[in-house]
Design a protein around this ligand. Sequence first.
Ligand SMILES: [Zn+2]
Ligand SMILES: [Zn+2]
Length: 142
Amino acid sequence: MSEPATGGCLCGAVRYEVRGPLRDILICHCVECRRWHGNAAASTAAARADLALTGQRGLRWIASPESDAHARRGFCGECGSSLFWDAPGRDYVAIAAGSLDGETGLRIAGHWFTSQKGDWYELPVDGLPQHERSAATEGSAP
Ligand SMILES: [Zn+2]
Ligand SMILES: [Zn+2]
């Protein structure tokens, strides 16, 4: 990627750059993502070392209370945008795909935690992998 991907919150009090590749998008249907994002969450991810905060005045973190991975979630305390999922020991940080600027070139790669999805929608028949929990045995990711 020549230009770093950029993104941020609704009000601009949190801005970031990703100076490396972005993972394709996982849709997480888990209860914690649903509460935090308002519905199933579309998340990309970047290597921790590639994520640079270029504006962090609004950045706040909360624990994700039932996270298998003891993750914390980063958001903008000024406008409320949900932005990051970060677990100790992981070499990547998940990023809310909707916070990216402009064209991303990313595609959805699969669905996680389908066992916890809301009952008001059906899972898409998109041929992508669907996992009752996460694809990784080591725990959950958004
Ligand atoms: Zn904001
Ligand atoms: Zn989730």
